[in-house]
Ligand binder design. Structure first.
Ligand code: GLU
Length: 254
């Protein structure tokens, strides 16, 4: 395993009151640092959380696009400051990349994004990517970071995409509605009707529910990149995935 993209959802990084959840953030940073230092794995993070923690500072629940964009501009700074501090304690530098979907249509922008991320990795810096929410309009929006993370995984030819969320993985039915829902530990295919049946966002935080995670995994499957959807609240989840090949739902052709 050489290169992993790790997507971290808003619900993992923020508290009920929409402040940054520094305990969870530190735990995730420590897990990533372990992969980086002990396993020599290049890690690229795709992190959500900016709009949620920025709206807490503004003291609003953002509804309009300008409100969300203003919240993102405040929150992105707070988020990266904390990442910088926690990774710094572990002797790791970070770089920020904010992307809009039009990089996929412009050869030059695509190449630049790839070159920048590769140069950061070569210089032992962990890139932390988010959508450039403050400027993105519908036409150039990824929409959610699950999809963004799958594009980053293919752009950077990663060996694996790990989507960390607050659920244990993908279930055969909605675990919030069905007490007998069963965790699916291995999937070799994502049929369209599974995506159709999956629910969208489960609450106001973040944009992706299980549906966008399945769509991201399907996109990666089409590009021969396995995806794991797993619970980021488990402090040893990244170790389990890499050392024991266990944890969450594995979506892979093999
Ligand atoms: N880019 C958004 C943020 O940082 C999150 C989008 C998502 O949760 O998928 O707040």
């Amino acid at each position: 395993m050489k290169r992993i993209v790790i997507k971290i959802g808003s619900k993992l990084l923020t508290t009920e009151s929409n402040k940054l959840d520094l305990n969870n953030l530190r735990t995730i940073v420590d897990g990533v640092s372990y992969l980086y230092h002990k396993k020599n794995i290049e890690c690229i993070l795709v992190s959500s959380g900016a709009i949620t923690c920025g709206s807490e500072v503004l003291n609003i629940s953002p509804k309009t696009i300008p409100q969300k964009q203003a919240a993102a501009s405040i929150g992105q700074l707070l988020l990266l400051k904390e990442y910088g501090q926690f990774f710094g304690v572990n002797g790791i530098n970070i770089g920020q990349i904010l992307l809009t979907k039009d990089i996929l249509d412009h050869g030059e922008k695509y190449k630049n994004a790839k070159n920048t991320i590769n140069t950061l990795l070569k210089n032992t810096v962990i890139p932390i990517i988010n959508e450039n929410d403050s400027v993105a309009i519908d036409e150039i929006k990824f929409g959610d970071n699950d999809l963004l993370s799958s594009y980053v995984a293919t752009l950077m030819e990663a060996n694996l995409l790990v989507i960390l969320t607050d659920q244990d993985g993908v279930y055969d039915k909605n675990p919030h509605q069905h007490s007998n829902a069963r965790l699916l530990t291995l999937l070799h295919d994502i049929p369209s009707d599974m995506i159709d049946r999956a629910s969208d966002a489960l609450d106001s935080k973040g944009k992706g529910g299980i549906k966008s995670k399945l769509m991201a995994a399907k996109y990666c499957l089409e590009h021969n990149i396995p995806t794991i959807v797993a619970n980021g609240k488990d402090s040893s989840i990244l170790k389990k995935i890499i050392n024991d090949k266990k944890g969450g739902t594995w979506i892979t052709t093999k």
